[in-house]
Design a protein around this ligand. Structure first.
Ligand code: PMV
Length: 309
């Protein structure tokens, strides 16, 4: 029986979320600890999906899967294969609604598996184009940051309408992602910032510009191996995100705790108002200790990881 596999990791935003929607840069990093594996199997009949969120023919899939369904049909069309006789088995360890790019990871692993199934090379351009089909359904007007980061193995510097850049690190960095346990709805968060911008344009615009400035400094800090400085920048970005109203009590509690326990910096990551935080640890040993403490403090999930130079 013919089968093929495609995998994708997830992503976290280091700095620049929300401001990136309004034309400022953002830095996102590939997050290798969790990801998606998709297996395609030849099974005669209509296209079917087997996953934790849905099991059955794609034509009857729930509305939340509209994006991935469209992405499968567009990929088949692109590959010139009939839209039938496929079983798509999706195995994801990326929790949805936590700012970790779950929808984009699923889309990218599915596309890769379909290309493997057809024994075709998938160019980065094809991959992004097809993945953005799915993202348009999931996020309305996606910035494209998720798909770019999930297809990269280096930190990504992203600014709307500019070619993407990859950042070369000056040193290994130890980060921890911790889940507040609550879901965050990115779309609602983005809308609330847009509303604030209407009510107090001058004040909010300056916050957004400040985040942009911090993001520029963060790029330098990454390149020049200044992790103390990077930590301060993360803390400052968090302050601005709080004034934009996208942090909440659960996130603030984890962030405060991480700092008290020696994190060089900590902030929310992604859409906010639920979801995860990212903290910068001092070194590998500290990262493991801090992860354990965050776990005992009540984080729903904790992932310490190293970003290699
Ligand atoms: O929640 P996530 O990881 O999808 O990140 C959202 C990032 C925002 O800047 C808030 C929105 C966007 O489209 O860039």
């Amino acid at each position: 029986e013919k089968t093929a596999i495609g995998i994708a990791h997830s992503k976290v935003i280091l700095i620049g979320e929300h401001a990136v929607v309004h034309g400022q840069p953002a830095i996102a990093i590939p997050f290798p600890l969790i990801g998606v594996e998709t297996e395609i199997e030849y099974v005669p009949g209509t296209v079917k999906m087997d996953s934790t969120f849905y099991h059955g023919p794609l034509q009857h899939a729930p509305k939340e899967l509209e994006g991935i369904v469209e992405c499968v049909s567009k990929s088949c069309e692109y590959l010139g294969i009939p839209y039938k006789d496929l079983l798509i088995r999706i195995n994801s360890s990326v929790p949805p609604g936590k700012g970790l790019g779950s929808s984009a990871s699923v889309a990218i692993s599915v596309i890769r598996s379909l290309f493997h199934y057809c024994e075709r090379e998938c160019s980065p351009e094809d991959l992004l184009k097809l993945a953005n089909v799915a993202e348009t359904y999931a996020h309305g007007a996606p910035s494209g940051l998720d798909t770019l980061t999930i297809t990269s193995d280096k930190p990504v510097w992203y600014k709307k309408d500019n070619p993407v850049e990859h950042i070369e690190l000056g040193e290994d960095l130890h980060f921890i992602v911790a889940d507040s346990g609550r879901f965050g709805d990115t779309r609602t968060s983005v809308e609330s910032v847009a509303n604030l911008l209407k009510t107090a344009p001058h004040r909010i615009h300056s916050k957004i510009e400040r985040i942009g400035e911090l993001t520029h400094h963060a790029k330098e800090a990454l390149e020049k191996a200044s992790k103390q400085f990077l930590g301060q920048l993360l803390n400052e970005a968090q302050k601005e995100l709080e004034t934009l109203g996208v942090s909440d009590a659960g996130l603030n509690k984890l962030i405060r705790f991480a700092r008290e326990e020696g994190a060089l910096g900590a902030k929310l990551t992604g859409g906010g108002n639920g979801g995860c935080i990212i903290a910068l640890a001092q070194n590998e040993v500290h990262s493991k200790q801090l992860a354990e403490k965050l776990r005992r403090f009540g984080a729903a999930a904790v992932w310490p990881f190293v970003l290699k130079k």
